[in-house]
Design a protein around this ligand. Structure first.
Ligand SMILES: [Ca+2]
Ligand SMILES: [Ca+2]
Length: 290
């Protein structure tokens, strides 16, 4: 019994000792403190550091801002004296997300290392978007409307809404308007000479927070609505019936471009099936060859 107890203690010691040694090795040679732990976007964060190990060489110092809901990080070089044993700096994050400070340094063996501060939560603005269509191919004359809602932040908002419109030669911003409303909408109707377009919305608050949103990708403008076999401006059961009759050899007219909904250059049973699946609510895309 005594022997067994002793073995357990030995085992525990073997387990604990390396951990203790390892923790001591990992002690950071730069102590970094940031405060406060949580701020409103536009507020100031303070950082103080102290170099505990004078064998290291600092090669970079920066604030890192990570935007909420993304893995995008912005690297903002900090103005500090790399040779000083201690120091401080401040930063005002603008966007909703998190923020921290990072030092990059070489240790005494010349190995590249990093030291990070704790993470500061930044409460900023959020822009929610609702778009009138799920498609990124918009027929000439069909209006796309984007509704937005701004939440968070502090103070009064300034909302700027824009469409970037490309005609194949150049891109210009149109419909730019500025308002302080937290909700609103912007619409765009492509003309025949529009090649592609996209929206962007920029919001600032009077406290110094900012946020912006761009469309996930450009809307390209097409001459016909994919699946509109009979050319009446919508896709429904009539188009399915019309195409079925056409493929059965009956004497009916179809818009061939709109009927080739898998964009393979021919109109056949695959297109009929695709329209049928689309109308049944299945997750298929109708698209035409441009
Ligand atoms: Ca139709
Ligand atoms: Ca086809």
């Amino acid at each position: 019994m005594k022997i067994r107890t002793l073995s357990i203690w030995m085992l525990l010691l073997v387990l604990i000792l390396p951990l203790g040694a390892s923790a001591a090795d990992e002690q950071t040679p730069i102590v970094i403190s940031v405060s406060p732990a949580q701020v409103n976007a536009g507020d100031q964060i303070s950082m103080e550091y102290e170099v505990k190990d004078n064998t290291i060489t600092i090669i970079d110092a920066a604030w890192i801002e990570r935007i909420a809901g993304t893995t995008d990080s912005t690297f903002i070089p900090a103005q500090i004296d790399y040779d000083a044993p201690s120091g401080s700096c401040t930063y005002k994050p603008k966007r909703n997300g998190t923020c921290w400070f990072i030092f990059k340094y070489r240790d005494q063996n010349g190995k590249l290392q990093e030291a990070k501060s704790a993470t500061v939560e930044v409460n900023g603005l959020t822009i929610s978007i609702s778009v009138s269509t799920d498609s990124f191919q918009i027929p000439v004359g069909q209006t796309v409307t984007v509704e937005y809602t701004v939440t968070g932040g502090s103070g009064e908002y300034t909302v700027s809404t824009n469409w970037d419109v490309n005609n194949g030669v150049s891109t210009q911003s149109v419909d730019a308007s500025t308002t302080s409303s937290a909700t609103g909408a912007l619409s765009f109707t492509p003309a025949a000479d529009t090649k592609f377009f996209n929206y962007f919305i920029i919001v600032l608050d009077s406290h110094g927070a900012s946020e912006y949103v761009f469309g996930d990708r450009n809307y390209s403008v097409i001459s016909v609505l994919a699946g509109d076999v009979n050319g009446d401006g919508k896709v429904d059961g009539r188009d399915l019936l019309r195409l079925a009759r056409f493929l059965a050899g009956q004497n009916v007219e179809i818009n061939e471009k709109a009927s080739d909904v898998n964009a393979d250059g021919k109109v056949d049973g695959r297109d009929l099936l695709r329209i049928a699946r689309f109308l049944a609510g299945q997750n298929v895309e109708l698209r035409v060859k441009e």
